[in-house]
Ligand binder design. Structure first.
Ligand code: SAH
Ligand code: SF4
Length: 339
């Protein structure tokens, strides 16, 4: 049986192919991680070795379709071996900096009421090599990527071991060498896994989909709040911050008339200290079959200014990728645009 190569570290490649020289494992790792997906193109290896690699190793995912939005955002539809589909997004900012938005599950079982991926339910966890292959498909098509966010389909901390292995590969100096400061894992708040990351690493940046600091409202919007209430999430984040010194991102998907009221702001301002945070405001992106209202630009600005006035660092996530249903919360593979 062939072995998926994408998440093998240099030593693991050497072991699986029984290479004569250790450095060859590093050579192959470098080729793969720089987006060379065909062994025959690995020109500094002998032809015999390239053939052996082809017989023993493989890339499991297939690029099914690519959509490009007018704002430059790219969405890949990827077919997995069991014919599940996932989506991956590439965002390029004004300075040309590229950020990969990766999926960790096919679907998601957390059921947040404002999120289209949540509507799909969970199909399955992705393997570590399926997480890495998303990156490889992006790198092979669009070149070097310096930042990554786990904000695609799924709840990353429900699949922590595969996530951990993928990050180890991305961070490896002979591969992408992506700094842990440039990797963000977004979670709806899986408390034990936050402690686990604090203890055992990797010490990436954590973003919490807080949405609201009102416990009753949060339980309605983010059902996992019933299992891991806000107080326990906050304690876990404080512990993570103590261990890592990292600022936490709090994501507020702004839903007009639901979590953008004066009392929501009051609760939010009470929730924050002593956490060191940056609040990321994400105007809700509409998605089929989900009934919420988008906040108006002036509503977003009002919310933002209140935070600024209270001395809280705040960023607004731009509505990129909406033309291709590639913005936050819109990823879903029964997407009619892609059919
Ligand atoms: N499961 C993780 C990561 C994937 S969701 C999490 O929930 O954090 C990535 C981000 O998209 C989260 O911040 C989530 O709150 C946000 N999101 C979900 N649906 C959205 C929508 N319809 N509009 C805008 N953001 C949304
Ligand atoms: Fe899952 Fe995140 Fe969507 Fe909630 S917001 S359903 S955790 S992907």
């Amino acid at each position: 049986m062939k072995i998926p190569v994408a998440s093998l570290l240099p030593d693991e490649i050497s072991g699986s192919v029984r290479l004569r020289h250790k450095y060859q494992g590093t050579q192959i790792f470098k080729w793969v991680q720089s987006g060379t997906l065909k062994f025959q193109d690995m020109t500094n290896l002998s032809k015999v070795l390239r053939r052996t690699l082809n017989e023993k190793l493989y890339i499991s995912s297939k690029l099914e379709d690519t959509l490009t939005d007018s704002d430059g955002t790219v969405k890949l539809k990827i077919k997995l071996e069991d014919a599940s589909f996932i989506e991956t997004v590439l965002l390029t900012d004004r300075n040309g900096r590229k950020t990969a938005c990766l999926s960790t599950q096919a679907g998601c079982g957390m059921g947040c009421t404002f999120c289209r991926t949540g509507k799909m339910g969970l199909k399955r966890n992705l393997k570590s090599y399926e997480i890495v292959e998303q990156m490889l498909l992006l790198v092979s098509g669009y070149g070097r990527i310096t930042n990554m966010v786990f904000m695609g389909m799924g709840e990353p901390l429900e699949n922590p071991e595969n996530l951990r292995k993928a990050i180890e590969v991305f961070h490896h100096t002979d591969g992408g060498g992506i700094s842990l400061r440039r990797i963000t894992v977004s979670t709806c708040g899986i408390v034990p896994k936050i402690y686990d990351m604090a203890e055992n690493g990797p010490h990436i940046r954590i973003a919490l989909s807080l949405i609201t600091a009102d416990p009753v409202l949060r339980s309605l919007l983010v059902p996992v709040n019933r299992r891991y209430p806000l107080k326990s999430v906050k304690d876990a984040l404080l512990y993570y911050q103590e261990k890592t010194g990292k600022r936490i991102t709090l994501e507020i998907v702004l839903l007009k008339g639901v979590n953008d009221r004066a009392e929501d702001m009051e609760r939010l301002l009470k929730f924050i200290p002593p956490l060191k945070v940056v609040v990321n405001i994400i105007p809700w992106n509409p998605a089929e079959d989900i009934r919420f209202n988008e906040p108006s630009p002036s509503g977003v600005l009002r919310f933002k200014n209140m935070l600024v006035k209270a001395g809280v660092a705040v960023t607004e996530r731009y509505r990129r990728g909406r033309g291709i249903n590639g913005a936050c919360g819109q990823l879903c593979v029964i997407d009619p645009v892609l059919k």
